[in-house]
Each structure stands twice: as structure tokens, then as C-alpha cells.
Design a protein around this ligand. Structure first.
Ligand code: DX5
Ligand code: ZN
Length: 225
């Protein structure tokens, strides 16, 4: 799906008082997708954003909105997030009672279907779901918060998924989420990741969003050679 490394800034670390501007700045500096972290206070402790924020983002950008549902039993929300303007919807393996049905429903709604897996979940858990998924979202931190340390132990799992996808001749993209910065990106790229979610390394970068995006783009270019 993704032929060159793509950067998907996570607005969880953005300044919500200036959300539209913060999305525009990421877009002007090479963002490919905008990643939106939806948390329900059950699957993970925080409550973050819902459909109204997705609608607001939809008005702020034409980039694909990459909606990561960290919610228990996501099925009842799929349609409303699609209606709000989501382009990609990720559901967690750990939170979905009938994962393949959820993925099929997401596609039926006209969105790309993503399956997200926690750091402790093995690649083998989703073997049967790969044909139903356009994207696998490998969590490289335990979901819930921005700014956590990258768990490099997930990299062999990325390589394993990459091989499984190639062997089955599937177009499924691998996206990684958590602790991605200019230092960690190259190792994930080498393992087979195509899409890099980045929250704090973009929105909390000391020199600002443009510098954060530039550092990630440079890391992706260097890693690709
Ligand atoms: C964590 C979220 C991430 C988070 C990433 O549960 O899914 O998308 O915003 O933030 P960083 O890049 O700071 O780890
Ligand atoms: Zn996320």
C-alpha cells in the first residue's frame, strides 16, 4: 500500500486550542496521514477524542484521517466514525469480540480497515485477519499515552508480519505507533514498517512542528538508503 515511508502525526500531542493550525503545519511539512487517538476510559484509562473531533479534523485537512480506536467493543461506533470523516479505522485485536467481522464492516463503510495489536500480542494472533486488513498497526508502547519509550522488542514481530504479508502476497501496510522519533524510526523502517505515527516527536518538538517533521523525514530518507 505505502511504497515510501509515510509519517502520520498523532494529534494527541497537539495544542487542542489551535488544532486546525497544528494540523495544517504538519500537512505543510510532509505529513501523509493525520492520526487520531480515540480512547474510551475502559480499554485504556484516558478519555480523549470522539466523533466531533474527527469532524473538526475533516474540515481542517484533506489528508487521510487515520482513526485509532482504543475502545472496548468498537463495533457500535464504526459507522459514526466513518460518517464523521474517518478514512482509516483501526480496531484493537484485544478489544474486538469478532475482529474479522469488524474489519469487514469498516471496509463496507468505505474506509480502510486496520487491526491494531498491543506490544504483548504475537503476530500469530492475527494471521487469519491479515486478508481482512488493509493496515496492521503495531503498537510499540502500551496504548494510552503519548511520550512513552519505544519498546524495541516489537521489531522482530514487525519482521515476522512483513514476511507473513509478503508470503501471502497481500497489499497490507505495516504502521507503527508509539515512541517514534528520529532515533527509533530507522530500526522500524529496517524491520518493514511503512507508516510511522509520531505524537510527541512532532507536536512536542523543542524547535516546533516543522523541525519535528524535518527530523523524521531525514531519518526516513537515511534509513531508506
Ligand atoms: C498511544 C497512542 C499514540 C500516541 C503516540 O496510545 O496510540 O498514537 O499518540 O505518541 P508518541 O509518538 O509520543 O509515542
Ligand atoms: Zn495511536
Amino acid at each position: 500500500m505505502a511504497l515510501q515511508p509515510l509519517i502520520a502525526p498523532s494529534i494527541l500531542s497537539a495544542d487542542f486550542a489551535r488544532l486546525g493550525e497544528q494540523i495544517a503545519e504538519a500537512e505543510q511539512n510532509g505529513a501523509a496521514w493525520i492520526h487520531i487517538d480515540v480512547m474510551d476510559g475502559h480499554f485504556v484509562p484516558p478519555v480523549t477524542m470522539g466523533q466531533v473531533v474527527v469532524e473538526a479534523c475533516r474540515r481542517a485537512t484533506t489528508l487521510p484521517l487515520d482513526v485509532h480506536l482504543m475502545v472496548e467493543d468498537p463495533d457500535k461506533m464504526l459507522e459514526s466514525f466513518a460518517d464523521a470523516g474517518a478514512d482509516h479505522i483501526h480496531v484493537h485485536y484485544e478489544a474486538s469480540p469478532d475482529l474479522n467481522a469488524s474489519l469487514a464492516r469498516i471496509r463496507e463503510l468505505g474506509c480502510k480497515a486496520g487491526v491494531a495489536i498491543n506490544p504483548a500480542t504475537p503476530a500469530s494472533a492475527i494471521t487469519d485477519s491479515l486478508p481482512h486488513a488493509d493496515i496492521v498497526l503495531v503498537m510499540s508502547v502500551n496504548p494510552g499515552y503519548s511520550g512513552q519509550t519505544f519498546i524495541s522488542e516489537v521489531l522482530p514481530k514487525v519482521s515476522e508480519l512483513s514476511e507473513m504479508i509478503a508470503e501471502a502476497d497481500l497489499p497490507t501496510a505495516i504502521e507503527i505507533d508509539g515512541g517514534i522519533d528520529a532515533e527509533t524510526l530507522p530500526s522500524a523502517l529496517a524491520a518493514g514498517v511503512q507508516v510511522f505515527v509520531a505524537g510527541s516527536s512532532v507536536y512536542s518538538h523543542k524547535q516546533g512542528i516543522a523541525a519535528g517533521m524535518q527530523a523524521l523525514r531525514n531519518a526516513a530518507l537515511q534509513g531508506a538508503h
